[in-house]
Design a protein around this ligand. Structure first.
Ligand code: MLT
Length: 198
């Protein structure tokens, strides 16, 4: 996968996954702001939709191509396995921050692979796969942001996702905002606060 790696800490790694139309650089400044000393790994989604990078194909807005989603879920997991090994990082010290489409792919990774990370921040995610038997999360820390006025994600879907992860033994914090599908200042303050607790 195409990525941008900013090496700092030998132990603390932030993995940053962009939304539709972003790239490996999109969330680097956000990562730096949240943890100036962490090493940062921005990853670019493998799929190109009319010139926009995505982490998996969709049939239409909000309707995912499940074959592509599963294939790219495994690709991302194997890429992270190799990257962490090569650079001597541990999953237990790795935090992932995914926005929108990036949140959906990492949501699928944890649905399939369970508790791996120190923490996972899902900013405006959807349920990646409905009626999925979510792998045990082993108390994995998960921060979810949602908005009742999000034109892309229904409020009920945010609540369902939080419940599915809680039922699978994740420690979930679900926070609501009023800025649609955008990342707000308030949300970043809460994300920073959540990071200080994990
Ligand atoms: C997706 O396709 O992953 C979601 O609809 C979010 C987005 O628009 O990227």
């Amino acid at each position: 996968m195409i990525f941008k790696f900013v090496k700092k800490s030998e132990t603390d790694l932030f993995v940053l996954l962009h939304g539709t139309g972003g790239d490996e650089t999109s969330l680097i400044d956000l990562g730096r702001l949240l943890h100036p000393d962490a090493s940062l790994l921005g990853v670019r989604g493998n799929v190109n939709e009319n010139g926009m990078n995505r982490f998996f194909k969709r049939l239409r807005p909000g309707v995912f191509d499940l074959d592509s989603l599963v294939k790219e879920t495994n690709n991302l997991k194997f890429f992270l396995d190799d990257f962490l090994k090569e650079h001597h990082f541990k999953y237990a010290n790795t935090v992932v921050i995914g926005y929108s489409n990036g949140a959906n792919i990492i949501g699928s990774v944890i649905f399939h692979y369970g508790g791996l990370f120190k923490g996972v921040a899902l900013l405006h995610p959807m349920v990646p796969i409905q009626n999925f038997d979510v792998k045990n999360q082993d108390s994995q820390n998960i921060f979810i942001t949602a908005s009742k006025s999000d034109p892309i994600v229904q409020a009920s879907e945010s609540s369902t996702l939080a419940e599915m992860l809680k039922t699978a033994d994740a420690k979930v914090r679900l926070n609501w905002y009023s800025y649609g599908h955008n990342i707000s200042e308030e949300e970043l303050t809460d994300l920073s606060d959540w990071l200080s607790t994990i």
